[in-house]
Design a protein around this ligand. Sequence first.
Ligand code: BTN
Length: 260
Amino acid sequence: MLLDPDRIAALARQHEFDCQYLERTDSTNDDAVDWFRQQGSNVVVIAETQSAGRGRRGREWVSPYARNLYCSVAIELSISERQLALLSLYTGLNLCRSLHQMGYQPVRLKWPNDLVIERRKLGGILVEVKPLAGGKRLLVIGFGINVLMSEEELADIGQPSASLAQFDASQPDRSLLLERLLDSLLPALNRYPDNQLSEIDREFALQDAYAGELVEVSLEDRLIRGVNHGINELGQLCLQTDEGMEFFPVGELSLRPSQS
Ligand code: BTN
């Protein structure tokens, strides 16, 4: 079954967003930017498939037709550099909370932007920032969540991956999922500029898939191994290494469990 664009559009309107539904596209993140530049309004773009879906670090985001959720929210906001650095964690925590409320209790976060379930990748968030006239910025928050992919399809992704259907006795309804996710995320984004984010490190600690574990990050030509102490108030990853506590900004880094 395809998504129900009228339901999603009605929900988006309640939170003062337009909605664009595309059966096929390259990347909903790009469509969201195009929409904003042409219409000048905040928008939610959803698609059934993407031919050039992208993840962080130039990776492809596998986007088979009518199986998963591919969604981008474009919103014009004035926010500080700290708020910008925390935006993907804020989004991830919001999505994670909604998925728990829908009964997907084992969903966790992997710093900085992955949704995981039993340590397999369930979804990801890609935040992009576009300059606008007058020094303003457009924030594009794209997320993809695997919903109906089969074991065979997941095996082709190239990293351990999961989909919600594996954790649900009945077939998940993608439109309902999207409605519930957006009903929480859109108002949270609207109020983001006023958010003090004082609780984000504590909330992340509760959802951190690798809390207290030996993990590693690769930084240029260095592999840094340490015990994961979660994030600080800037969203930086805190690792207790042989050199002491080291901090890593949200950027082009990814964490993985230590190989040794
Ligand atoms: C990651 O884990 O690396 C981020 C993945 C983000 C994928 C979503 S799908 C909707 C939106 N459009 C894109 O091209 N990417 C994001």
